[in-house]
Design a protein around this ligand. Sequence first.
Ligand code: NAP
Length: 298
Amino acid sequence: MTALIVGASGQVGGLLLARWRARGGKAVGTAFRHGRPGLRSLDVRDAGAVAGLVAEVRPEVVFLPGAMTHVDYAEEHPEECRAVNVAGTAHLARAVRGTGAVLVHFSTEHVFPDGPDPYPEEASCAPRSVYAQSKAEAESVLRDLLPDRHLILRTSWVYGPEEQGKNFVYRAVATLRRGERLVVPADQYGQPTYSPDLADAALDLVAAGRRGTFHAVGPAFLTRLAFAERIAAAFGLDAGLIRGVPTATLGQAAPRPLNIRLRRGKLQAALGRDPIRGPDAALAALRKDSAGLLGSAA
Ligand SMILES: NC(=O)c1ccc[n+]([C@@H]2O[C@H](COP(=O)([O-])OP(=O)(O)OC[C@H]3O[C@@H](n4cnc5c(N)ncnc54)[C@H](OP(=O)(O)O)[C@@H]3O)[C@@H](O)[C@H]2O)c1
């Protein structure tokens, strides 16, 4: 099977590309600003380029981890965010519509408002930020244009091995290794999700012929402060440098949800296992597997 991975220079996309190939599949990956050898260049805002690449590669599966993911930048550049995350998704969906390919999209827990109970997949969206709104609209685009051939994985707080070294664990490890104070919100709860497990879950859903929307998040539900403390413990770093503060004091451009929890049972039922490790096992694996990368982040 041939896959096209749009956003293969990113955290999740890089793992999808490597793991798809490791399973014996053919794959073409794309980059936007962080090109590297072996990746094609693609801006999803260019409908003609998107259609041309799909026609050339003729994928049976298209993964779309590519997106504008910087939540605060998106808040201050709403048109650019919509052009990438909404129009870009539509360009890809239209390009694959007549081909029979399935399109796999990655969305976020931010499509929901804060709430006391875990959200099931079918709960109504009510996004608050520009980024979250764009992801909710992208989901709608896929359900409209590819009603029977989309997979949407909503995820949260993704971390793991990453060439660009920008996820929270890398930044936390680098800061603590320098002996600097790490300031994190103490009132934001989330479900840290280990990226290799997320990538494998996506590949397994495709292999099982699944379609529709799935929540793909880790088993722990904890504050950013508690997660930072787990990171410090896993990497043998000084947790005393971590300072938890209220989100309201951070001056972030985009509103942040404080308490959104995604229900996890549907993905486990579909795969017959719990595919995503908790933070302690995942951080131990990350420390072991990416000593070089995390070393260079320090
Ligand atoms: N990371 C999280 O905590 C998290 C949480 C919930 C949901 N998600 C969703 O999961 C997906 C993957 O996240 P990630 O952490 O892997 O993101 P990431 O590391 O920021 O990667 C984003 C990818 O999108 C590409 N891209 C950006 N603008 C583009 C454009 N105009 N045209 C084509 N490609 C473009 C980037 O290319 P260059 O780097 O080459 O510019 C990069 O490959 C995203 O859809 C995100 O919204 C992530």
